[in-house]
Design a protein around this ligand. Structure first.
Ligand SMILES: [Zn+2]
Length: 506
C-alpha cells in the first residue's frame, strides 16, 4: 500500500514543500530512501526502526521504500524522521490514511520514540499555512514557534505515540501557546546611565540611532566603546510584529530550539574577531547556515577590534552592507539570507591602543599603525557614515562620577526625530542611512550659510561625491534631531566632525 504526507526542506530561510511517499511491497525485508537524501536522512532508517520498536509497535517486515519528492531538491538533516515514520505506519495499515490527508509534519526521532526539535519550523509553518494545510504536526519544543502563524492548526507532540494520538483526535488537544509578544521593550540589556562621561560618543550614538547610520568607534582600550555599542539596540524602536517574525525565521533556521515566543527587542550580535568568514557572513558545508550578519537582521552587529578580523573576513561584508542580503552558492544551490543590520565597529587607534593619548605613549610607529588599519579596506570605511573618536576618561571623571542621562531619556528625543523621518518618506522607519544621492538632494534644503560651508569643506577636504553624500546623510539626521526641515551650517559642521579618523589612517 502507498501512503503520503507533506514535509518541507529548508532552502535559505524558505521552506520548500516535500512530499514523503512510503510504499510497502513484497520481497525480502529492506528499507530504502530515495530522492536526493543526505547522510542524516539515510540514518533515519535506523532511528525510525528503533523508535517504532521502543514505542511498542511491531517491526515492519517488508520491503520498505520511501521517496522524497521532488527528487531534484536536496534533503538535509533529520527533520524527515516523523513524516517518514507516519507514512510507513499508514502504508502498513496501522494508522488510517485519512490522518495524513492535508497533514504537514516535521521532527527528529530519538531511538526511544521521543521527538526532538528541528530547525526552520517557523518558515515551514508559513509554507503550510499558505498551502492550506489541515494540520501541522511538530515536536513539542517547536510548538510555540509554529503557533506564531495565524490560521494554522498546530499539533505539538512529545513522542511518536502522542503524535498518533493527536492525529486520531486533533480537537481535544489544546493549541500550543504563542508565547508573549509585546511591542515595547521592558528590560534594557545595557543602559546609558551606566556609561560615565563620553559626551561625544553619546551624541554620536544618538545620531546613529536616529538615522540608522553605521558607526566606527576609535579609542584606547577600556574607554567605553563596547558599552556604547551595547546601548544601541534599545535606543532603536522595538521590532514590529513583521520584523520580529523575520528575525525569528532566521534564528529558527540557525538553531533547532530558539528561545520561546517572539521578542520585540532588537537582536545584538557580537562575534569574536577570530571567527571564520563563514561564521560571519553565513555558509558552511554541506549545509549552509546563516552567519552572524543574518542573526543580526533588523538589529545591531558589533565588531569589536575591527582590524583584527582581517581583510579576508571584512571584505565579505561589502556586498551584504550594500544589499541587505547575502547570496551563498553551494553544491548547485543558491541560497539567500537576509541581513539588514546596523554595523557598530570599534577599534583601537593602533595595535598598542595608545596612539594620540595625552598621557601614555604609543610604541607602534607609523608603519605598524598603517599596516594595522590596512586590514580594513577603504570601501568598507566608506560605508560607515559616523567615524567617532572616543577618548579615555580623565582622572576626575573616573573619581567623581556624575549622574548620566538614561536610555529612556534619549529614547524620548528619538521619537520626535523619527517622526520627522517617517513623515518625509510616508513610510515608517526609513533610515537616513539608506538615502541615495538623489533622494538626499531632494529632501535636504540647505540654508545659505550651510551651502557656503559645504563649498568650503568640499574644497578644503577634497571630498569625493561619496564622501559628500555621507556628510549630507549625517547632517540630515542631525537636522532631524533638531526638528529642522532645512540643514543649517551648524548641522553640517557637526556632521563634519564624524568623518575625522579616516583622514589620518588611510
Ligand atoms: Zn600604538
Amino acid at each position: 500500500m502507498l501512503a503520503r504526507c507533506t514535509s518541507a526542506a529548508i532552502v535559505g530561510v524558505e521552506a520548500c514543500p516535500v512530499v514523503v511517499e512510503a510504499d510497502l511491497g513484497p520481497g525480502l525485508p529492506a528499507f530504502q530512501i530515495v530522492g536526493l537524501p543526505d547522510t542524516a536522512v539515510q540514518e533515519s532508517r535506523e532511528r525510525i526502526r528503533s523508535a517504532l520498536r521502543n514505542s511498542g509497535q511491531r517491526p515492519l517486515v517488508s520491503r520498505l521504500t520511501v521517496n522524497l519528492a521532488p527528487a531534484a531538491l536536496r534533503k538535509q538533516g533529520p527533520s524527515f524522521d516523523l513524516p517518514m515514520a507516519l507514512a510507513l505506519q499508514a502504508a502498513a495499515g496501522r494508522i488510517p490514511l485519512t490522518w495524513l490527508e492535508g497533514l504537514w509534519a516535521t521532527g527528529e526521532l530519538g531511538l526511544d520514540g521521543s521527538l526532538r526539535p528541528v530547525r526552520g519550523v517557523l518558515a515551514m509553518a508559513e509554507a503550510a499555512q499558505a498551502a492550506g494545510a489541515r494540520h501541522l504536526l511538530v515536536p513539542k519544543a517547536n510548538g510555540n514557534e509554529a503557533a506564531q502563524i495565524d490560521g494554522l492548526s498546530v499539533l505539538a507532540a512529545a513522542d511518536l505515540n502522542e503524535a498518533q494520538d493527536q492525529l486520531n483526535n486533533p480537537q481535544v488537544h489544546p493549541a500550543p501557546d504563542q508565547g508573549r509578544f509585546v511591542g515595547t521593550v521592558d528590560e534594557f540589556r545595557f543602559d546609558l546611565r551606566d556609561l560615565q562621561g563620553q559626551s561625544h560618543g553619546r551624541r554620536a550614538l544618538e545620531i546613529a540611532a536616529a538615522g540608522g547610520h553605521h558607526m566606527l568607534l576609535v579609542g584606547p582600550p577600556g574607554c567605553g566603546k563596547s558599552v556604547l555599542a551595547r546601548c544601541l539596540p534599545d535606543l532603536l524602536p522595538p521590532l514590529s510584529m513583521e520584523e520580529a517574525l523575520a528575525v525569528r525565521r532566521v534564528h529558527s533556521v540557525a538553531f533547532a530550539q530558539p528561545e520561546a515566543g517572539l521578542r520585540s527587542q532588537r537582536p545584538f550580535r557580537a562575534p569574536h574577531h577570530s571567527c571564520t568568514p563563514a561564521a560571519l557572513v553565513g555558509g558552511g558545508s554541506p549545509h549552509p547556515v546563516p552567519g552572524e550578519i543574518s542573526l543580526a537582521h533588523h538589529g545591531v552587529l558589533f565588531l569589536d577590534e575591527l582590524p583584527e578580523f582581517g581583510r579576508h573576513c571584512l571584505d565579505h561584508l561589502r556586498e551584504p552592507l550594500e544589499q541587505g542580503a547575502i547570496d551563498i552558492a553551494r553544491a548547485g544551490q543558491r541560497l539567500r539570507f537576509p541581513c539588514q543590520f546596523q554595523l557598530v565597529a570599534a577599534a583601537n587607534p593602533c595595535p598598542c591602543g595608545w596612539w594620540g593619548d595625552p598621557v601614555h605613549s604609543c610604541s607602534c610607529g607609523d608603519a605598524v599603525r598603517r599596516r594595522y588599519w590596512r586590514q580594513v579596506s577603504g570601501p568598507l570605511l566608506d560605508r560607515i557614515d559616523l567615524h567617532v573618536p572616543v577618548r579615555r576618561l580623565s582622572p576626575t571623571e573616573v573619581s567623581r562620577p556624575v549622574a548620566a542621562e538614561t536610555t529612556v531619556q534619549v529614547q524620548q528625543r528619538l521619537v520626535v526625530s523619527r517622526q520627522n523621518t517617517s513623515q518625509r518618506f510616508g513610510r515608517q522607519l526609513f533610515d537616513n542611512r539608506l538615502l541615495d544621492g538623489r533622494q538626499l538632494r531632494l529632501c535636504s534644503p540647505l540654508s545659505a550659510a550651510a551651502r557656503d560651508l559645504l563649498d568650503r569643506l568640499a574644497d578644503r577636504l577634497g571630498l569625493s561625491m561619496r564622501s559628500l553624500d555621507r556628510l549630507m546623510r549625517v547632517a540630515r539626521t542631525i537636522a532631524d534631531l533638531a526638528n529642522s526641515e532645512r540643514i543649517e551650517a551648524e548641522h553640517l559642521a557637526e556632521a563634519a566632525t564624524y568623518r575625522g579618523c579616516d583622514l589620518d589612517v588611510t
